[in-house]
Ligand binder design. Sequence first.
Ligand SMILES: *[C@@H]1O[C@H](CO)[C@@H](O)[C@H](O)[C@H]1NC(C)=O
Ligand SMILES: *[C@@H]1O[C@H](CO)[C@@H](O)[C@H](O)[C@H]1NC(C)=O
Ligand SMILES: *[C@@H]1O[C@H](CO)[C@@H](O)[C@H](O)[C@H]1NC(C)=O
Ligand SMILES: *[C@@H]1O[C@H](CO)[C@@H](O)[C@H](O)[C@H]1NC(C)=O
Length: 338
Amino acid sequence: MELIVGLLLLTVSLLPCKAQGSSAVTPVFVKKGEDVLLKIMKADELQKFSFFSWKFNASGILVTLTPKAEPEIYPRYTGRIEFSVENYSVKLKNLQKTDSGVYTAHVVKIPQEVKVAEYNVTVQDPVSPVDLTVDSVSRSSDSCNVTVTCRTQDSHINSTFRCVNQSCSQEGGEQSKVTTSGASLQVYLDLNGSVICNHSNQVSSTEDIKTIEQLCPRHSDLTQSQKGASVTMIAVILILVSILIVIVIVAGVVYHRKRGKYNRESIENTVYEVPQTAATAQTPVQRPTRDVSELSPTSTYCLVGPHTGTVESTETRDKPLPESLYAQVEKPAKPLKK
Ligand SMILES: *[C@@H]1O[C@H](CO)[C@@H](O)[C@H](O)[C@H]1NC(C)=O
Ligand SMILES: *[C@@H]1O[C@H](CO)[C@@H](O)[C@H](O)[C@H]1NC(C)=O
Ligand SMILES: *[C@@H]1O[C@H](CO)[C@@H](O)[C@H](O)[C@H]1NC(C)=O
Ligand SMILES: *[C@@H]1O[C@H](CO)[C@@H](O)[C@H](O)[C@H]1NC(C)=O
């Protein structure tokens, strides 16, 4: 007993240090409607407390726990949180903006209450979309100045880009602004020379990206542009033609396959009508041919024969040939077998 009390006193005397260690507030940003798990960092060291609690903004209580009892989740948080009795973590579910605030975990260890975790939770809406538009372009033979606007619902910024020999720079460097909702709106050049309009907060971002070619078309010199145009025209035409060819081929193949499939299905259906009608739906492709071939080659022709118009489709190449072949085989086969 003395030993236990001694240990208890020892841990209590160590507690203020731990409390200081965990008194650093951890900032957490959560997208509205999502969940967050708030953990106790050294849960295994939390032995032998007489009372445990998670609080919101120091006054509201989420959940309390006393040893050898079920945790008590307060009515305001019923269904909105999950508490783990193993590690004392609490999961806050479907967070709304009003859930933003400071969440703290406390243990009471005689003789004091110690803070064991503290999180500053901020619930944010995802940011709205952005739009990057060109306001003006001025071009000379080798340079181009373009002014753009990066715009969101409640805010916008302008910026000018100057391109000389296709190498661009942003006048005045990266432009940025904090919107009324606390998000950041930025416009800048990325490493590929594209202009990026970026609207972001801690939980989301939206972008509109335009290449410098889109903003400031090249080849303002006429002869160069004509040459360039004719070369690109030829390339475009070649590409279009080859795409067309591919499309035609693919369409042809697909069409023939589909026809083949429909025809095969109709064969299968009619074949099945003879031996078993109900079971056809399950494995229509393999069974008829297997069944038929198991009987004997001659009986195959007997069954398939009457549907000459469809049989040809399994070998789509020479339509009249198999037709006449099957027709010929069919008739002598019957009398031979019987
Ligand atoms: C604590 O337990 C919960 C539920 O059992 C689990 O989801 C969570 O990951 C655990 N957290 C830690 C820090 O172990
Ligand atoms: C909780 O506290 C934060 C600041 O610490 C405050 O912004 C927020 O409005 C408070 N929430 C409630 C519901 O009291
Ligand atoms: C672009 O802007 C620079 C500096 O403002 C100016 O010197 C240059 O003449 C402009 N170029 C064009 C094509 O307007
Ligand atoms: C936009 O900004 C956010 C935050 O700085 C960043 O995470 C994201 O990658 C940026 N998007 C682009 C396309 O650079």
